[in-house]
Design a protein around this ligand. Structure first.
Ligand SMILES: Cc1cc2nc3c(=O)[nH]c(=O)nc-3n(C[C@H](O)[C@H](O)[C@H](O)COP(=O)(O)OP(=O)(O)OC[C@H]3O[C@@H](n4cnc5c(N)ncnc54)[C@H](O)[C@@H]3O)c2cc1C
Length: 314
């Protein structure tokens, strides 16, 4: 069914922003903190639930928004550690059904300094991941007013692209849509290097088995080669799963959401342009030739997501 999007209007819910901010945070207890990756994975990602009961944040978060976390301590320059944002991975109604308990999905950031080869640990992700149930943490929010489901969510189809913890907002959004008995198509394309890094796998599999309109496409870049032997990424599913995706993407009432690693949008934009699905894009300058040959720096200046594509990359 083709629908005129302009006649239908994309409406977003009115959200309250920054009820608590960095100068006025609120201290809340951690309710739960559970490993979300498989025990065999070298990556440590936790599903962490905050108890917001009795604060102004209770009932105020919408799936797709973020919570701010203020770690203790000061930076090298002696300034207080800045706030870090974490996507809410719970549905708008919370883990408890009443908006009191909201979760996030945190990856411990651990790396090697390129020059000194010293190991470093990200400040906030490791602070948050080490907290135990009952410990308290200073939080702010809600943050974000555009990476949300529309208020009239039942009028649309959804194609979600996620890498790593970028799947967090989509767990919440999919739960919101399922609770409302959504009847349009929903596709989740989730990219991870190894199967052990997949998050919320059993929820997505079960939802797919119970709902014909929900399609889950895990994309394991280092384990499941494509037919030609190359590695699959979320954007290559636009080609490999074209039979499923194209009829959904060509509908005027389909929305695309992209969340995860910075730069993941480049391949998705190229894939959309290559399939003449440029309605999702706004070209500030014309780009010619094969979209897959477009230079990513030039693309950054020339093309951006249009009205039906939402991007949250970090
Ligand atoms: C809207 C939004 C939503 C987000 N949602 C999530 C989410 O759901 N889950 C999630 O896990 N993250 C999320 N993030 C990212 C999160 O905010 C943090 O950026 C992330 O956790 C890293 O913070 P950190 O304090 O652990 O690392 P930091 O200490 O801030 O370090 C960050 C970077 O600094 C560099 N660095 C730090 N120390 C050193 C060193 N000693 N030597 C060399 N380089 C160094 C590294 O490049 C490192 O990548 C989100 C970000 C945004 C903007």
């Amino acid at each position: 069914m083709k629908i005129n999007l302009r006649a239908m209007r994309l409406q977003f819910p009115q959200v309250e922003l920054n009820i608590y901010n960095k100068n006025n945070p609120i201290e809340v207890p951690i309710l739960k903190s559970e490993i979300a990756t498989s025990s065999a994975s070298p990556n440590i990602i936790r599903h962490i639930t905050f108890d917001l009961s009795g604060t102004e944040l209770a009932g105020k978060f919408f799936a797709g928004q973020s919570i701010g976390v203020l770690p203790p301590g000061v930076t090298d320059k002696g300034k207080p550690e800045p706030l870090r944002l974490y996507s809410i991975s719970s549905p708008s109604y919370g883990e408890d059904g009443a908006g009191n308990h909201h979760s996030t999905t945190v990856k411990r950031l651990i790396g090697e300094h390129w020059e000194t080869r010293q190991l470093y640990a990200g400040v906030c992700s490791n602070y948050l991941s080490s907290l135990r149930p009952g410990d308290t943490v200073k939080v702010t929010g809600p943050s974000g007013k555009r990476f949300l489901l529309p208020e009239n969510s039942e009028d649309f189809n959804y194609v979600f692209f996620a890498t790593g913890t970028g799947v967090a907002p989509f767990r919440g959004m999919i739960k919101d849509l399922m609770k409302k008995g959504h009847r349009g198509s929903i596709v989740l394309i989730f990219g991870a290097p190894y199967r052990t890094d997949l998050l919320y796998e059993s929820y997505f599999r079960q939802t797919e088995s119970e709902n014909k309109n929900f399609h889950y496409i895990p994309t394991i870049s280092r384990e499941d080669p494509r037919e030609d032997g190359s590695r699959p990424y979320v954007q290559t599913q636009l080609i490999d799963r074209k039979k499923l995706l194209y009829p959904i993407l060509e509908q005027e009432n389909t929305l695309i959401y992209v969340c995860g690693l910075k730069g993941m949008e480049t391949g998705i934009i190229q894939g959309l342009a290559a399939q003449s699905l440029s309605d999702y894009l706004v070209f500030k300058k014309p780009l010619n030739g094969d979209p897959y040959s477009w230079d990513s720096d030039i693309m950054k200046r020339a093309v951006k997501p249009g009205e039906r594509m939402f991007l949250e990359v970090y």
